[in-house]
Design a protein around this ligand. Structure first.
Ligand code: HEM
Ligand code: HEM
Length: 247
């Protein structure tokens, strides 16, 4: 190609963004399909439900100052509780759907629900990720599914904690829907006696919120940090399903 046609094509590339030569020379990255569409959909719907539950739950526990006038005219606490209970149903139905997908989906869809606790190799990788996060190890290992430390946090911080929040939340909800309702039969009847009183269930349900907040803050930090510093894609993997590797 002559010098004039090279400069013509580079000025065309600058003007249009179409640069076939640069595309041909770009390094190829490998990709693996990891998170199927139902897992990705559940992740984002579940994340939204938890944000709504956290915000509205906080205001149920620490209500805004009272507003004057007839309560039914402004209905502030009513809307807050309605949003909380709606998101509570989304959390429950979403988790049931996600458990179904663990049975019919690929093997990465099952990682959230069990831990290879008795495998030494698993704990060795947990240590390797912790050392990388703590800036002790210069490079991370690459993982196709969740990294072993993330998996540990997700098992306790999302799966187990969601089950706990659903049991305690629907136990409180069943007090409102009263004796004979499904929520009362399935949850209130055994959860309230187990904790001792309704107030105890409120307190532990409230404490569970702070556990979730802790998970979410750590999760956001590590997901974004790994996207930038790690050797593999993270956030885009939860959007497209594909994991790409940088080297
Ligand atoms: C309330 C908020 C959130 C919760 C409770 C949450 C929870 C989870 C859970 C349970 C998984 C595992 C998915 C599975 O195996 O089914 C996961 C993965 C993931 N989440 Fe979130 N998430 C939240 C918000 C976010 C946000 C805002 C981002 C983006 C910045 C994000 C990025 C990711 C990524 C990248 C993964 C995949 C990690 C990996 O490949 O190992 N999450 N999250
Ligand atoms: C991530 C999940 C959840 C979070 C973070 C959360 C948070 C909270 C918080 C902080 C409170 C206030 C507790 C207090 O100090 O008295 C609360 C109350 C409550 N939550 Fe949840 N919750 C969650 C899930 C659920 C679910 C699944 C349900 C089921 C419908 C539910 C139903 C309730 C009920 C009935 C109350 C009491 C309302 C009242 O006394 O007016 N929550 N929640």
């Amino acid at each position: 190609m002559s010098a004039s046609s090279t400069s013509a094509s580079s000025s065309l590339a600058a003007a249009t963004g179409v640069d076939e030569a640069a595309v041909a020379q770009a390094p190829r990255v490998g990709s693996v399909y990891v998170y199927e569409a139902p897992v990705r959909l559940w992740h984002w719907v579940n994340a939204l439900a938890i944000v709504v539950l956290g915000l509205t739950g906080y205001f149920i526990g620490s209500p805004l100052p009272s507003i004057g006038g007839e309560a039914s005219d402004h209905y502030v606490m009513g809307y807050i509780r309605f949003a909380h209970f709606t998101a509570g149903y989304v959390l429950l139905i979403g988790l049931l759907g996600r458990i179904y997908w663990a049975f019919v989906g690929n093997h990465h869809a099952r990682e959230l629900f069990h831990l290879p606790l008795l495998r030494g190799a698993y704990w060795k990788e947990v240590g390797a990720v912790a050392a990388w996060y703590a800036f002790i190890r210069p490079r991370p290992n690459q993982y196709v599914g969740h990294n072993p430390l993330a998996r540990l946090a997700m098992f306790f911080g999302v799966f187990m904690l969601s089950v706990f929040m659903i049991c305690t939340g629907f136990a409180l909800y069943g007090e409102g829907t009263q004796y004979g309702s499904w929520a009362h039969r399935l949850f209130t009847s055994w959860v309230i006696p187990l904790f001792g009183s309704s107030q105890d269930v409120h307190t532990y349900h409230h404490l569970g919120m702070w556990g979730m907040v802790l998970f979410v803050i750590t999760h956001l930090y590590t997901a974004i940090r790994e996207e930038i510093m790690g050797r593999q894609s993270m956030v885009s993997t939860m959007i497209s399903g594909y994991r790409t590797f940088k080297d």
